[in-house]
Design a binder for this molecule. Structure first.
Ligand code: ADP
Ligand code: MG
Length: 214
């Protein structure tokens, strides 16, 4: 049998993601200082700190309520574009989880796809615009492909993680069409997009956590 994550398990992932983001503060701040206003790490880090405070409540909730709660916290405490975008992502993903007690492989793919669609819609952006989408989109495409090919969950998590990391790295060569980097003379070419990097941290951490549950 494959992995099954409860709302309590998802909280375990949140703790690991919070730690990963916390420890990369200087690096992410430098990235956003180069092409944006330098606040991306502090925005997202405060969001995860607030999620950690809400764990006692979240772990007793259904997955549907837990994801809505995460979305509301992110929307209200993360400043900048990423707060609205992550808020919308979690609200969108909650809908996939209605009446579900656990997240299984196909559900996880559906969650990530719902997040992608919500972010693209809310931010009016597409792949190739040098944003967090350039990490999430290839990860979702890869996940769907793994399911179509009926790959094992062990293989899937490795490939999805790789797609996310490579997607984030690919933003260095892109000209920004959304986000503050588009106001730069050279559209941020040569610089990684900070939002794509923090998205990759989250997907990497999620795939590594799933691997421990297989
Ligand atoms: P702000 O740009 O308002 O200061 P943050 O610094 O918190 O917000 O987040 C910046 C990140 O948000 C960017 O690196 C990019 O990945 C992402 N982003 C910005 N605008 C959009 C958009 N319209 N669609 C998707 N992602 C976006
Ligand atoms: Mg910023």
């Amino acid at each position: 049998m494959g992995f099954q994550l409860s709302s309590k398990d998802y909280v375990e992932y949140i703790k690991l993601a919070a730690a990963k983001i916390h420890e990369n503060g200087d690096y992410v701040t430098a990235l956003d200082a180069a092409t944006g206003d330098g606040d991306h790490w502090s925005n997202i880090n405060i969001g995860f700190e607030k999620l950690i405070e809400a764990i006692p409540v979240m772990e007793t909730m259904s997955l549907f309520d837990e994801f809505k709660k995460i979305g509301m916290i992110m929307m209200s405490v993360i400043g900048g574009s990423s707060g609205v975008l992550y808020g919308s992502a979690y609200m969108g993903a909650a809908k996939v989880l209605k009446d579900k007690d656990v997240i299984e492989n196909q559900d996880m793919c559906n969650i990530m796809e719902a997040m992608l669609n919500a972010i693209m819609q809310r931010g009016n952006a597409k792949p190739g615009f040098k944003t967090m989408i350039d990490c999430l989109y290839p990860a979702v495409e890869c996940y769907k492909d793994c399911i179509t090919k009926a790959l094992s969950e062990n293989e899937t998590v490795v490939l999805v993680k790789k797609a996310a990391v490579e997607g984030a790295q690919s933003t260095a060569a892109m000209e920004a069409i959304r986000g503050r980097a588009c106001y730069q003379a050279n559209k941020g070419v040569g610089h990684l997009d900070p939002g794509a990097i923090t998205m990759a941290y989250q997907i990497e951490t999620l795939m590594d956590y799933i691997a421990t549950r297989l």
